[in-house]
Design a protein around this ligand. Structure first.
Ligand code: C5P
Length: 210
């Protein structure tokens, strides 16, 4: 069984996808962490070709059986905190627009998900990575609400987060290759005003109805 959760930054994808995977006993895939790893490598080695960095990167995402955030290892080094900085978020949406980077990372993702039951989240899971997913959910929320959540998580200013988020949303939606868009067979869930538990319960209900 494969559950795809896509949506813009701050819609609650990571928290919801992790909790849903935990509830169902499925494995969780954070595809954004992979783009963040390539972005981090591009900051370390700015003169290297992005596609090469993406192909070479040894990305390991540790499992989260208890629903806690997993660790992100890049070339054997724990970069879990480093990949969450706003500089890396910004760089991730830039490297993600490169079709060769996407090709390399989609290949790694497909290799990972070839077996077992998964809840995978990102921007193109239901449209590109796993178009045959049994359940596709598009999570969204009011932009201010999304920025407020991210700001609380990062301990940052809401206005600054909203400005960065708007830029990232625009770049993710306007790019030519695999832009952020709703799969035609996805269920759209607006999480504004809903608790994580309510959203997870709704998705679990959808999974059980399959
Ligand atoms: O989900 P997260 O905020 O960690 O993703 C970071 C960036 O990686 C996004 O802004 C987007 O540009 C890119 N991304 C993507 N496709 C995915 C996952 C993430 O383009 N499946």
């Amino acid at each position: 069984m494969f559950v795809a959760i896509d949506g813009p930054a701050g819609a609650g994808k990571s928290t919801v996808a992790r909790a849903t995977a935990c509830e169902l006993g499925f494995t969780y895939l954070d595809s954004g962490a992979m783009y963040r790893c390539v972005a981090l490598r591009s900051l370390w080695e700015p003169h290297r070709e992005l596609a090469e960095l993406a192909r070479e990167a040894r990305i390991e995402l540790s499992g989260t059986p208890s629903g806690e955030p997993g660790r992100v290892l890049l070339d054997g080094r724990d970069v879990s905190e480093e990949v969450r900085t706003s500089a890396v978020s910004e760089a991730a949406s830039v490297v993600a627009a490169d079709p060769a980077v996407r090709e390399a990372l989609v290949a790694k993702q497909r290799e990972l998900i070839a077996e077992g039951d998964w809840v995978a989240e990102g921007r193109d899971i239901g449209t590109v990575v796993a178009p045959d997913a049994e359940l596709k959910v598009f999570l969204t929320a009011d932009p201010r609400e999304r920025a407020r959540r991210r700001a609380a998580e990062l301990g940052a200013d809401v206005g600054t987060v909203l400005a960065e988020q708007t830029m990232r949303d625009e770049r993710d939606s306007a790019r030519e290759h695999s832009p952020l868009e709703t799969a035609s067979d996805a269920v759209t869930l607006d999480t504004s005003g809903l608790s994580v538990e309510e959203v997870v319960a709704r998705i679990v209900e959808l999974v059980r109805a399959q």
